[in-house]
Design a protein around this ligand. Sequence first.
Ligand code: ZN
Ligand code: ZN
Length: 234
Amino acid sequence: MLPAVLQGAFSGARGSLLLCRGCLGSVGADAVAGLCARCWRGLVPLAEDRCPRCALVHADGDCPDPTAWACGDALWDYHGGRPPLGALLLPGLKAGERGWRRALLARVAVVALPDWAASVDQVTAVPSTLPHRLLRGFDFGAELGTLLAGRLGRPFELLLSKAWRSGRQATRTETQRRRLPRKAITLRRGAKPAGVVLLVDDVWTTGTTLLRCAQALRAGGAEEVRVLTLFRAL
Ligand SMILES: [Zn+2]
Ligand SMILES: [Zn+2]
């Protein structure tokens, strides 16, 4: 007889549903992609009184976040659920977990979106690097952006690219090292951002990558950038 934890691991590998892959509890017929209904309820909306710009709650009301956008939000709390569902799902997605990806996109297809999303002109996604796309076999950001663009009736376009860093950082001067992150995200050749651009990503943590993307979009001609991610972490 195997310990319960190992049974869960093996049942997950075979695709049968003996134990939940999240909480390792028993699963019923309502399990989706190996996760029980209770685990899926870990897709918890953010606090109602969150900041409209950084999606966090500020005790004093003033947003300290120097973001390049006025509207920023996320669909769910990364730490929602027990175990936290965002922290379970996203590493799985990065490892190429297709069942979780389909199940998550099915929820994105029906979840309520911020009112301001309806007035964007086009949708784009935070870019992934080619090695990452090859490793996973799909570009989750592009799938997410395409789905949201379809819901909003706006075009989706990959406007940004992320450089696969060349050269060893240790060989660079301090100034070059500091400049590198800003230069890692650029407009794709021929991309022409215009009007209000909705930038989407899977998770928003410090926001540095989102900020770099927003800056590149603004520099490339976007009038305004708005940010929407699946999860907000911090
Ligand atoms: Zn569970
Ligand atoms: Zn704020």
